[in-house]
Design a protein around this ligand. Sequence first.
Ligand SMILES: *Cc1c(COP(=O)(O)O)cnc(C)c1O
Length: 457
Amino acid sequence: MTGDDPRRSIPRTDVLLGLPEVLDARDRLGEIRIRGIIHDVQARARRGELAPSAVGSEVVAAVRGESASSLGAVLNATGVIVHTNLGRAPLSDTAVAAVVEASGYVDVELDLASGKRSTRGVGVREALVRACPAAGDTLVVNNGAAALMLACTAFAAGREVVISRGEMIEIGAGFRLTDLIVSTGVRLREVGTTNRTHLRDYADAFSPAGLSPGAGLPPGAGQYDPRSVEHHVGAILKVHPSNFRVQGFTASAGLSELRDLAHQYGVPLIVDLGSGLLHHDQALPDEPDATSALEAGADVVIASGDKLLGGPQAGILLGDKDVIARLATHPLARAVRTDKLTLAALEATLTGPQPPVTRYLHVDPERVKQRTERLAGELGVPIVECDGRVGGGGAPGVRLPGWALRLPVSVAGPLRTGDPAVLARVHADACLVDLRCIPERDDERLLTALRAQIPAS
Ligand SMILES: *Cc1c(COP(=O)(O)O)cnc(C)c1O
């Protein structure tokens, strides 16, 4: 630097830290984050991207717009209810309040009356059993994948899990359930084909010589009796193909016949539903639910908390008391334990008012149309019919009738980076703004964001 280098006039860190607006933001953001922001702005000035005289005001603007986490709120205008890239289920206000309450010291493992230690997660357990009485007991873990891992390990470590080739699914971001299962030390026993798997395919998996029970073994081996064989199978696993559909010449084994087979050999039937519907929902006629699966004979049902259940990320295991006790006392259960914030949010989701996911699923298309028409009138843009989707891990192929604003495709990018950020659906060379998953109270914020991108008419 020479004596008259303008970079010499870049304000020093201690001067910037002393600005009143920066001092105010310190409690909210913390020293480390504030210093990071200051250093970034100073670096831009050093590179010549910013005049030294503008550094102070730039730092003030940056701390004002900064939130304590790098996660920013997005208005979901895609019409996709459980949007994997937007954090799946938004929590209800009641669940948010429960999370805030649980974020301090709470009686998560303390009985205040006796002063003694209590069992973690009792509230959520009772709420789940009340919501799904077909389950004798439940266990909540970190997420659906963790629940599957725990069930496979506890019941089949070192042995085989029998699974149909039509149910070997990839759940997103390149993760395959089959890889996950194998990583637990369980061997996969694939049966059937992509489109058709029959009960006899499952039955064959139990026979040491590939024979069905009752069939003859090679000469001299005597009659094959299933109960006398220390068999290699630990469990039968039925997985709901939650993100695709196979149509046409298809067949699969029913839960009750699989249950009979499993019990004939003394192994459990594990059913991974994915979606987390506890009861049948008429809006999704083909989507399986936990109550029906348990009644049909599943020993353990696995579901996610943040799909159609509409709660926080969690893995839910439902079954009878003995089965759940075996899972809960397995050492791995401690490694996939849920935190108190999740327990609070899940209990509030189960006991409180309908969560947003349920409301968006059952939204009245006429009401969406009215709201969309009002915004369209303000902006001078057309509206079009637009189907919503359940999204991530539920009801593939189901279309939910609705409406959207039709905007030029060129505004999709600016809307994403605007304030508030709006994620629209880009389809057939248009940017479609679907209000299904936007709370009505945010309509004005949405309008502001759209106005910033749409030329006044
Ligand atoms: C989503 C899903 C999972 C994984 O659950 P996460 O909660 O995402 O870990 C497992 N199985 C099925 C069938 C799913 O749909």
